[in-house]
Write a protein that binds this ligand. Structure first.
Ligand code: GAR
Length: 292
């Protein structure tokens, strides 16, 4: 259940604990305040009292959780959470974000993300639309995936990406406002990070902060995990900052590493975890961001 909540809200274990604590304290505070208020008015205990109590609790609850969320450092989460409820109750559709997926390889993660978007779209839901696939390799499998799903592609070139404007003008002119890295192997330049603050995320095939950094990608990561005799590996979804595999962690999931695992079998387990979680974490993260 906790794993599901972490995914659903796009938060790590520590923040989940603070959020649940805020719910608990906020709920108790609002229950207590409602009782004190009703004691001030002289209503006989009975059905009417219960109905007025429930109504008072409902009215006080948002204020109570917001208040309690401040000392727990969860104000932004609860502001977004309450806005989402407000918009849902008002029958409003949340805006959709325009996403570019950056990928250098086969693109299996990109495909899963696109598939989730298409399913949500058919159901008239979804917090994002993949409008562009950005790739640095003309032979990469992800380009055929883009073609199959009729998504525009942009083939980028190293000099402009790393040393000129990082394709910021190109991305913004296409209305892109969120970047998802899915097996993209070049370092993201500072210009791009500045243009999309807190709006670039990455997936790494290990449990960061271990086995990350320059040169740690794909099979190399799995080989290092096995060589170190680790019993567990997993995936890390995190914000991108100017240091390789370093930004704030949004979500992690684990799998076991058995004695007979090779880098290929471990890669399979990791891919399975990635496919299961990455699309949903993106959907939930953007839902939260959109409702702020
Ligand atoms: C994924 O396993 C992803 O975690 C990894 O590349 C693979 C891409 O697979 N990314 C890194 O290693 C980044 N440091 P895919 O092309 O099938 O989505």
């Amino acid at each position: 259940m906790f794993e599901k909540l972490k995914r659903h809200w796009g938060v790590n274990g520590f923040n989940l604990m603070l959020i649940l604590t805020t719910f608990a304290f906020g709920g108790s505070l609002c229950g207590y305040a409602a009782r004190r208020l009703l004691l001030l008015v002289n209503i006989e205990k009975g059905l009417i009292w219960i109905l007025i109590y429930l109504l008072t609790v409902t009215i006080l609850w948002p204020f109570a959780v917001l208040l309690v969320s401040i000392p727990f450092g969860q104000f932004n989460f609860f502001k977004g959470y309450l806005n989402k409820i407000k918009k849902r109750l008002g029958g409003q559709n949340l805006p959709r974000r325009s996403v570019a997926i950056f990928a250098s390889g086969a693109g299996s993660n990109a495909e899963k993300i696109i598939q989730l978007m298409e399913i949500a779209e058919k159901a008239g839901k979804g917090s994002f639309k993949v409008n562009l696939i950005v790739c640095n390799k003309p032979t990469a499998g992800v380009l055929s995936i883009a073609a199959n799903h009729q998504i525009d592609t942009l083939l980028i070139e190293k000099e402009q990406f790393l040393n000129a404007d990082g394709y910021v003008a190109e991305l913004t002119s296409r209305g892109i406002d969120f970047v998802v890295l899915a097996g993209f192997l070049w370092k993201i330049p500072a210009t791009l990070i500045k243009a999309f603050p807190n709006n670039i995320i990455n997936i790494h095939p290990a449990l960061l902060p271990k086995y990350g950094g320059k040169g740690m990608y794909g099979d190399k990561v799995h080989q290092a995990v096995i060589a170190a005799g680790e019993k567990e590996s997993g995936i890390t979804i995190h914000y991108v900052d100017e240091i390789y595999d370093h930004g704030n962690i949004i979500f992690q999931a684990k799998c076991s590493v058995e004695q007979n695992d090779t880098s290929a079998t471990l890669a399979q387990k990791i891919h399975q975890l990635e496919h299961q979680h990455y699309p949903e974490v993106i959907e939930n993260l953007l839902q939260m961001q959109n409702s702020r």
